[in-house]
Design a protein around this ligand. Structure first.
Ligand code: FCB
Length: 458
């Protein structure tokens, strides 16, 4: 696909990293489908989708992008793009239908085939252990609220590490722990749909414990492992200058930005969260949580504008100022906040940074010529990779950038109504149509490779 784009000329900027990694990301529940095939167990998202009114249009993950059956085509698409890496997640209930106990061989061998296809295509596999699809059988036992889950998660990590660690070295424990705990246990707007402050705090602590336990297991069973977790960090601006909104923004940021990276890196909760987290801690927990990792995984789309609310956090999403543009899903477009976030992470954590999700939803349509002209997405990606390059020039140690997402897919409570892919999926036929942004990204990667450092396209 490289070289076929029509989006202007390539202008490279000299940047410090000569082996910059360009990739794409997806997650199991959002693309695989085949939820009832080959012995897979239910996940909490299967259950959540069955509950009336939870997911837009009553959508579910039963077919999604049918990636389970079409992975070879999808790997070929990635190869055509020229990406160096693919980040995907393992579906815990596909490999362990009841969450623990014996592994499910057909599910395990699906990921063997995927990994082997990626390696044959020259694409480095990056595995994320948990992208939100908890086995329902474990939720029935309390899910992330049950402290025993740290042991269940460690056993799952061992299964994955032992099975794939001969071919895969990059493992992330969790994707966006702040999102699935806050929305799943605090606001109830994601699976498993619980809205309870104590449940939220329990889940936060048990996810942190599980992270540390999985890091230990992966270190011991994967030779040469390169490990991390994937966090969102986003500036949380107050919607207004009122004291209530300012306090709400600070409180929201404690949960959003600090509930996970802070204990995982510094071995304690921030002062603002310490008291709330105290009841769930046992001696030795914080040392177990703060295990050495090799990189900081960042997902970033936009800053937040927060306002006071009567919910359990006293804070919710507000509106950006009128002059801030927004994407089709309503997220503000502020590339400067991305640059500042990268610099801030670099200063705070001192680890190599991989941007493991960035991208945008758009109202994509197939035109009469059969193309998808997504100029808005290209503008977004240009602006955000440009901001990343500014951060790198200013000294941030950013080693890679992965677009969310390879394919349009199941966007959680929004169902299929939001398209984030650089490849369009016609859900009726499962036909994949690379959008203009796929060509842009491919050209960007090719230019970067030729020049041996990251480039943006102007
Ligand atoms: C992130 C999620 C990912 C996807 C994008 C749009 O928060 O990690 O699964 O939904 O947002």
């Amino acid at each position: 696909m490289a070289g076929t784009g029509s989006q202007g000329s390539v202008k490279a900027e000299e940047l410090p990293n000569s082996s910059f990694l360009w990739g794409v990301s997806t997650s199991s529940f959002q693309i695989e489908g085949a939820t009832h095939s080959d012995g897979r167990g239910d996940s909490i998202w299967d259950t959540y989708c069955r509950q009336q009114g939870r997911v837009k249009n009553g959508d579910n993950g039963d077919i999604a992008c049918d990636h389970y059956h079409r992975f070879a085509e999808d790997v070929a698409l990635m190869q055509g793009l020229g990406v160096g890496a693919y980040r995907f997640s393992i579906s815990w209930p596909r490999v362990l239908p009841r969450g623990r106990g014996g592994g499910n061989e057909p599910g395990l061998s699906f990921y063997d085939r995927l990994i082997d296809a990626l390696l044959a295509a020259g694409i480095e596999p990056w595995i994320c252990l948990y992208h939100w699809d908890l086995p329902q059988a474990l939720d029935d036992l309390g899910g992330w609220e049950n402290r025993d889950i740290a042991g269940w998660f460690a056993d799952y990590a061992a299964l994955v590490g032992r099975r794939y660690g001969d071919r895969v070295k990059r493992f992330a424990t969790f994707n966006e722990p702040c999102v699935f705990t806050l929305f799943g246990y605090g606001f109830g707007s994601n699976a498993p749909g619980i809205a309870d402050k104590a449940a939220l705090h329990r889940a936060i602590h048990h996810v942190n414990l599980s992270h540390g336990a999985a890091i230990d297991v992966l270190r011991s069973c994967v030779q040469g492992a390169s490990l991390g977790a994937i966090h969102n960090r986003q500036p949380c601006f107050a919607e207004s200058t009122s004291a209530g909104d300012v306090a709400a923004a600070l409180r929201f940021a404690e949960y959003w930005n600090d509930a996970f990276p802070h204990p995982q890196h510094f071995g304690c909760y921030t002062p603002a969260l310490a008291e709330a987290m105290e009841p769930y801690q046992q001696p030795g927990d914080m040392a177990q949580i703060a295990r050495r990792v090799d990189w900081f995984g960042l997902n970033h789309y936009s800053p937040h504008y927060i306002k006071a609310d009567s919910n359990l956090l006293g804070a919710t999403f507000g509106a950006p100022p009128d002059d801030v543009p927004r994407t089709s899903i309503g997220w503000p477009i502020v590339p400067g906040a991305f640059r500042d976030t990268l610099l801030d992470i670099d200063r705070r954590f001192g680890l190599p940074i991989y941007v493991l999700e960035n991208g945008t939803a758009a109202d994509d349509r197939i035109d009469d010529a059969g193309h998808v002209q997504d100029a808005g997405r290209i503008a977004y990606l240009q602006a955000y990779t440009g901001a990343m390059n500014e951060a790198i020039s200013a000294g941030a140690d950013v080693r890679g950038y992965f677009v969310w997402s390879l394919l349009d897919n199941f966007e959680w409570a929004s169902g299929y109504s939001q398209r984030f892919g650089i490849v369009y999926v016609d859900y009726a036929t499962q036909r994949r149509i690379p959008k203009e942004s796929a060509r842009w990204y491919s050209n960007c990667i090719a230019a970067s490779r030729r020049l041996r450092f990251p480039a943006t396209m102007r």
